[in-house]
Design a protein around this ligand. Sequence first.
Ligand SMILES: C[S@@+](CC[C@H](N)C(=O)[O-])C[C@H]1O[C@@H](n2cnc3c(N)ncnc32)[C@H](O)[C@@H]1O
Length: 305
Amino acid sequence: MSSRLQRMLRQAELVLRRRRSVRAARHAAQAPSLPPVSPVWPLPIRGDGWSATALQQRLDAFPEWHYAFRFDAGVGVEVRYRSGAPARAADHPLQRFAHFMPPLLAAAGGSLTGKRVLDIACNAGFWSIQCALLGAAEVVGLDGRPELVEQARLLQSVVGARCARFECLDFFDMTPARLGTFDVVLNLGLLYHLPDPLDVLRRSLAMTSRLMLLDTMLDPRTEALVKLRWEMPVDVRMATRDGIVAYPTRKAVHLMLRHLGAASVTEIPVRSMQVPGVYLEGRRASWLIETAAAGPPLDVPSASV
Ligand SMILES: C[S@@+](CC[C@H](N)C(=O)[O-])C[C@H]1O[C@@H](n2cnc3c(N)ncnc32)[C@H](O)[C@@H]1O
């Protein structure tokens, strides 16, 4: 492809992204507000035996961190990847929290109190720990990387979240027979690190008796497509092994969830401009998916099928 054509394609892509952001801003202004839910931040140091100095040393000893954790007493760590990839803004997970946690809690009946929560691909446990601090009865976090499970267990011991436990488990070894089923399943930031999104959604939905929160990168095109890429496990954000990964379009996600017989599928609207740019540009989105057979009819926007 000539460099002139490449430049023109890049410019067209930029124009499209800008249009999507403007549309998102309009939707954000119209979206209904929800009861606010705040993350527990900075994280408390409640676990036995942790001094600020000892904790800071333990955090610093890890070569990689996917989140910029902040704790009481000014203890903290910055995002860093062994691949040298640029760190995302420190408030990235907090913006995602504001985007999808209030709708999740509303769909769960107002709170996580008493709920059993599964955090698939939990990384360092950011979401698991927040769910535990928000009152979940039991939280299971799983990730395929042992060093991340070690980080999550460190956080748990610091915060004193006794109801959380973390397992090093490959996604494909996750079954209801092994872990039981859960009131709430979090499938965040994983779909596009695995090769077959229909299989991933089927396996994830099998883990919940009621509700799943899905948050994923998308291919921004408007048709029902799945784009394949090759991914290498260059750092803790990525697939755990070399291979194909798949980016579905928004319409493909709706079709797959419909195919799997979800009782209700609701895309979480962008309600604020204070979200990571990928949500504004239509390259990432989140859904609440209810599996209960007696739930309301499938809510698939007519434009998407
Ligand atoms: C982009 S991070 C998402 C972390 C977190 N769920 C979030 O959304 O903030 C992707 C995570 O998926 C995990 N992962 C990738 N492939 C996996 C697999 N086959 N089994 C278990 N975990 C996997 C990685 O180790 C990494 O922690």
